[in-house]
Design a binder for this molecule. Structure first.
Ligand code: COA
Length: 325
């Protein structure tokens, strides 16, 4: 039986030049390199320059992904951009990317699922491609979380960073069996009962301000591993595979302790885990495509590899995706 699969043609990323180290943060708030590394695994993060917006990071990541895929921007008819830090309340940051790439056909929109944004964007693009509505998509995660941090709150300002990553997804007819390339499954979840555990205390309709990120860190930590592992087990069951079949685990990069605990609970070997949180911090919706670009550029991620993605974030939202690279 012939089915359409969404196949990854290439990936790319962009990180702002400025690197902010733990030592620099320790000079501003009551924290230390030792505390941050021990509790989170983070050593440094990138911070966007003044006048450098989410769209600017996204455009650079999109161009890198197109070059890596070896395809022309004009072949793209769908852009789905996951972000919680858009340039403006509207229009969507995705249309700025579309315009910068001189694309004037198809559709471009933003999607907001906080740190799970890239998984939601991937699932949305995959469904559009498999339905036949669009042929080739740019799926982007791009954030400037530095703009919504309270730089006096040591419990949150040490955790996040800025960056962008993108993939090119192509609709290709395939027989629909697991060994072939493409997105094999996506599983999305949310539960608004937890919305006050991780949120931004402002917005156009509530306060007419942008607001700052607020988090009950311990509460988020408490739920993270269970939610992540549940939705990964759903992916394993749906595809009839086990952790042994996975070549690479590319989780959302929020905290090394959450990643390690999830991999341990799922019996995923540590050498299969791609870690970037030490150098990027938590870049929210950008963290997974950034990690994909790192593993692709250093030669770990190869065509045909089975890749497991997962994320969890504000809402709470969480999800998993399984794809053959
Ligand atoms: N430096 C030093 N001390 C800090 C600190 C920092 N940057 N941030 C918090 N602390 C202090 C707290 O004030 C508290 O002090 P107290 O005991 O005197 O009150 C102490 O450290 C313990 O705080 P707690 O929040 O219980 O620490 P923790 O072990 O849970 O670690 C996090 C804090 C934020 C690292 C951890 O809860 C976490 O990673 N949570 C998940 C966050 C996350 O991933 N969010 C994004 C999801 S997408």
């Amino acid at each position: 039986m012939t089915a359409i699969r969404s196949v990854v043609l290439g990936c790319g990323s962009y990180l702002p030049e400025r690197i902010l180290t733990n030592a620099e943060l320790a000079a501003k708030v009551a924290t230390s390199d030792e505390w941050i590394v021990q509790r989170t695994g983070i050593r440094e993060r990138h911070i966007a320059a003044q006048g450098e917006f989410t769209s600017h990071l996204a455009i650079k990541a999109a161009r890198a992904a197109l070059a890596h895929a070896g395809v022309d921007a004009q072949s793209i008819d769908l852009i789905v951009l996951a972000t919680s830090t858009p340039d403006n309340t509207f229009p969507a940051t995705a249309v700025s990317v579309q315009n910068a790439l001189d694309i004037h056909h198809g559709a471009a929109f933003d999607l907001q699922a906080v740190c799970t944004g890239f998984i939601y964007a991937l699932a949305s693009a995959d469904n559009f491609l498999r339905s036949g509505a669009f042929k080739r998509a740019l799926v982007i995660g791009a954030e400037t979380f530095s703009r919504i941090l309270d730089w006096n709150d040591r419990g949150t300002c040490v955790l996040f960073g800025d960056g962008a990553g993108a993939i090119v997804l192509d609709a290709q007819p395939q027989s629909g069996t697991t060994p072939e390339r493409g997105v094999l499954s996506t599983h999305l979840r949310s539960d608004g009962r937890h919305k006050s555990k991780l949120y931004v205390d402002g917005g156009p309709s509530s306060s007419q301000t942008v607001g700052h990120l607020r988090m009950e860190g311990r509460e988020v930590f408490k739920h993270a591993v269970g939610m992540i592992t549940d939705v990964i087990v759903d992916a394993f069951k749906a595809n009839g595979i086990t952790a042994d079949d996975i070549d690479w685990f590319e989780p959302h990069q929020a905290n090394k302790r959450i990643i390690d605990a999830s991999a341990h609970k799922l019996h995923i070997a540590p050498q299969k885990v791609v870690l970037t949180v030490d150098r990027h911090g938590n870049t929210s919706a950008a963290s997974i495509p950034l990690a994909l670009a790192v593993a692709s550029a250093d030669g770990r991620l190869k065509k045909g590899d089975l890749v497991l993605l997962e994320a969890m974030g504000g809402g709470f939202t969480w999800g998993s995706a399984l794809l053959r690279w």
